[in-house]
Design a binder for this molecule. Structure first.
Ligand SMILES: O=c1[nH]cnc2c1ncn2[C@@H]1O[C@H](CO)[C@@H](O)[C@H]1O
Ligand SMILES: [Zn+2]
Length: 446
């Protein structure tokens, strides 16, 4: 189906082309953007008539921009939203989250993932990178929801080689079953959990498997000072250098996605810049668990690719990248005591272009030939009057709930606030049932 969007304020996020078109149009044919341009001379209506376009969206009063990419999630954790708060990472995982997760079923993860997809559609996220369990279920949810998902299985090996072999087999099956499915909307990665929950040898095996399969790797790294201290005590070096010793950060064959990266030294940052690692910055989770402030401005200055992520819903507690963008900017300013740190446009780039680097390089900007993944942000709202600068509006004043329309891979998933791909009431009902029953089962086992 062809779709023509007209009268939009377009923020293309394309560094090589026109970055803003105040009265623009965009034409989608199949799943690709076939034309984008100025509409002040009424070009759109002529195209619609000439081509006999059936679907025309009048985007007067809306910003048209690339969809946002959430580069670090544990989607099934929507069920644990608010399950355990106000704790440090180690206690939070060991005393609350892992015992609860031990009771998870495939059905739980399906409804939790679908709820996550719904929340992402409603807040402008068209693509995400996930690391969790029962990933077939998340894949099915992504297939149904119509968004883009880059899925990894969270492998935790705890230095047990036999367990490691089993974990790798699970992730390998995910890759062989789902890579490229749903017209390429589903891609996969290997997900060794973290340098303090997996051995160096195991993480090296995971990287090898990823390179063999031609897919990326997704890992937590230097999230807490406790991890840094643990690595120093046991290996006399930080996580980054410990894994560099097995060439883990080499991105010449496959992308490497590192979540959190709070406790990075200047040397670590230089290494990530040279290697081309993508960092997923999760400011809200890092603040909530009091993990610290990642040196993002330093990373950007050094040339590191930095994207944004929410982390799981149990440490955030939502999936809104609009909140994440604002928090990223504010936290960096107060952390460096420099109000010029992480300006608005740089933050929007993190959430769009930079995130797309590891998910699908044909997305993340609006340009001819690119895949048609985009959103309309409603600016016919009190919090959007006036707008002097589109990036300032998106980062400091807008909210996820201002997103009114979403198109992914040329298909409309939400139009004028109506979600077209699932029964919202049913998804919320089932997810709540799963969540309360999971909590009940976890409590009984205590
Ligand atoms: O911020 C975090 N740091 C480390 N682990 C996390 C965080 N959030 C969630 N998980 C845990 O990572 C595993 C994913 O497969 C899950 O056990 C999830 O609870
Ligand atoms: Zn995480």
């Amino acid at each position: 189906m062809s779709i023509l969007i007209k009268n939009a304020y377009i923020a293309t996020m394309d560094k090589d082309g026109t970055s803003e078109i105040p009265n623009g149009f965009l034409l989608i044919e199949d799943n690709l953007i076939s034309q984008i341009g100025d509409n002040s001379n009424g070009a759109a209506d002529k195209i619609a008539a000439d081509k006999g376009i059936g679907k025309v969206i009048d985007a007067e009063g809306a910003i048209l921009m690339p969809g946002l990419s959430n580069t670090h999630t544990h989607l099934g954790m929507t069920l644990l939203r608010g399950y355990a708060d106000d704790m440090a990472l180690k206690d939070w995982l060991e005393k609350q989250i892992w015992p609860a997760e031990a009771n998870l079923t495939a059905e739980d993860v399906y409804w939790g993932s679908l709820l996550g997809c719904l929340e992402m559609i409603r807040s402008g996220t068209t693509a995400f990178c996930d690391m969790y369990f029962f990933m077939d279920e998340t894949a099915k949810a992504v297939e149904k929801a119509g968004i883009r998902g880059c899925l990894s299985y969270g492998m935790i090996e705890f230095g047990d080689a036999e367990k490691g072999t089993k974990e790798l087999a699970v992730n390998e099956k995910l890759v062989s079953d789902w890579q490229g499915k749903a017209n390429g909307r589903i891609t996969t990665m290997f997900g060794p959990h973290a340098p303090n929950t997996c051995s160096q040898a195991f993480i090296a095996r995971a990287k090898e498997a990823a390179e063999k399969a031609g897919v990326g790797v997704h890992i937590h790294v230097l999230e807490t000072e406790a991890e840094l201290n643990y690595m120093k005590e046991n290996f006399d070096m930080c996580s980054v250098h410990h894994l560099d010793a097995v060439d883990f950060w080499n991105t010449s064959k496959v992308p490497v996605l590192a979540a959190h990266c709070v406790w990075m030294s200047d040397g670590d940052i230089k290494l990530f810049a040279e290697k081309g690692v993508t960092v997923s910055h999760n400011p809200i989770s890092n603040m909530k668990l009091a993990s610290g402030i990642a040196p993002i401005q330093k990373m950007l200055d050094a040339g590191v690719i930095v994207a944004l992520g929410t982390d799981g819903c149990a440490s955030n507690n939502n999936l809104s990248l609009f909140e994440e963008m604002k928090t990223a900017a504010l936290l960096q300013k107060v952390g460096t005591m420099d109000p010029t740190a992480l300006p608005a446009k740089a933050v929007v780039e993190m959430a769009t272009v930079s995130g797309a680097q590891v998910i699908d390089k044909q997305t993340g900007v609006l340009k001819t030939g690119g895949k048609a993944d985009m959103i309309l942000v409603d600016v016919n709202k009190a919090n959007a009057a006036p707008i002097f600068d589109v990036y300032s509006h998106l980062v400091y004043a807008a909210a996820g709930s201002d997103v009114k329309t979403m198109i992914v891979d040329g298909k409309i998933l939400m139009e004028d606030y109506n979600v077209l791909v699932m029964d919202e009431e049913e998804v919320m009902k089932k997810a709540k049932e799963c969540a309360y029953s999971l909590a009940e089962r976890a409590k009984q086992k205590e």
